[in-house]
Write a protein that binds this ligand. Sequence first.
Ligand code: FAD
Ligand code: EPU
Length: 338
Amino acid sequence: MKNEIQQQFPLKPLNTFGIEANAAKYISIENETMLPALYNTGAFSSKFFVLGGGSNVLFTQDYDGLIVHMRNKSIHHFIEGNFVYVTAAAGEIWNDLVWYCIHHDFAGLENMALIPGTVGASPIQNIGAYGQELMHIFYSCSAFDTQTGAFVTFNNQDCQFSYRDSIFKKEWKGRYIICSVTYKLPIHAAINISYGAITSELNHRNIVQPTIKDVAEVVSFIRVEKLPDPSTVGNAGSFFKNPIISQEQFLELQHKFPEIVHYPLNNNEYKLAAGWLIEACGWKGKQIGQAAVWKNQALVLTNAGEATGNEIFNLSSRIVDDVYLQFGVKLDREVNIL
Ligand code: FAD
Ligand code: EPU
């Protein structure tokens, strides 16, 4: 039964915002070998959406197409030369993969511990946290082309990764279903504790020579302190991306707002902390109806109870308008709006 298309399927348990919505049609993909048969039914000629853990989506209405829910599982690895290649199926939980690597003493994923969601979504927005980004460990992915019905493989360059972005959000948006991802990890990788909060917490714990397990535990601890747990407070992490602006615009802003939180990039551009901009506009901890701005992190919008997707979207629009009015900076949404 599970392998069949179901009608009027409830999506509330499948999105971390906990928004009430139904899908006109739904199918659970337990194995990617189901995809060619689905293609042959013509399913991909009509509207469809690939769903993983639902931790980066906002449903503003019922979905009137087919939800393709990736739930295939498997993790394996092999070692060649100085590298280990770890391959995980799209439906694997990202954090389970992180801990698979830690248990095998493969470094590279530990700074991204506890990011919600699935392996299949990890390349889509080039997930990142605490000094590590997927693009630095991504080797290749296997994907199903919904336009031709063929399985294809993409390497790192093909995916055109950049900050919270990839070709899967641009030219190839909605075309490929990622079935598995292979990560390439140097066997003797150095531990990365460059992120200030990690160093402070390690010092606090009197850990002088941290293992990758220590790093993952510290990162998980910091995340729990700062971010709401979706199982109790609906949210999708950062609602917006941190904006990147030119040096010229940055210097003007810094002149007016000397305390503006910023990170210089390599190419004369500057990344601003969107959380700071939003807080400076007075939004931190504010609530409108059932949509709220998280009290510990203004970049996170939350469902205060029974919010509709539109309430959350409307709150995000007010924030975009205010930040633009006050700073002349346009915030782009990170979350996928449906
Ligand atoms: P979904 O929300 O299901 O989908 C997201 C997008 O990916 C959609 O466009 C969907 O169509 C597409 N997609 C999903 N699976 C596939 C597939 N197999 N093939 C093709 N397309 C697919 N993100 C970070 O980068 N860093 C963080 O630190 C971080 N922290 C977070 C903290 C919290 C509390 C929450 C709730 C979210 C956070 N996020 C973070 C956002 C989110 O976890 C990531 O974007 C994650 O990769 C989403 O995975 P998912 O499986 O839930 O994707
Ligand atoms: N800040 C404020 N007020 C706030 C929030 C932040 O002033 O309410 C300022 C502080 O100065 C803080 C700085 O912004 O030091 C940065 O905040 P934080 O360390 O929480 O990181 P972030 O830039 O807000 C990004 C990612 C997160 C990721 C963390 C850690 C984006 C859009 N978000 O958040 O990713 O976990 O860094 O690396 O890049 C996500 O994408 O969903 C996500 C949670």
